[in-house]
Design a protein around this ligand. Sequence first.
Ligand code: ZN
Ligand code: ZN
Length: 151
Amino acid sequence: MVVVEAKALREAKSPLPHRSLFATLGRVQCPKCGERLEAILYEDITVDRCLGCRGLWFDAREEDRLRKLRGAASIDIGDASVGRSHNSLSHVPCPRCRVPMIRMVHAEQSHIWYERCGSCGGAWFDAGEFRRLAEHTPFDLFRRLFARARW
Ligand SMILES: [Zn+2]
Ligand SMILES: [Zn+2]
């Protein structure tokens, strides 16, 4: 009990950073449909997935790390047609920072439209988009070999 009180006091004196405050309260909301996001752990990478539309939130550059892991596409369980319909929503806020995100066209796959936050660097993929990204891996092998050769 004493420990809990001491912790509460410490937190009151120095508020948690914005991000961990959201995580602690479990109140991260989907920028597209407003439903709650649930944290999914895949190996050592945490992804937030919407309980409503099944869109996926990645912290900065985690989508690039995750897509290289075998079977990572399995986290994208949503209906791609729902995801496509959400492409038309613009100026959606970052679930972490609340600032409007920037609409992006993926450099390798121009049919994948996603949103990136200019503040925290996180990215939002509508349902079905990450699946397509992760399944598109043949070039990764070449890229890795090439990188090794150069180093
Ligand atoms: Zn949603
Ligand atoms: Zn952000």
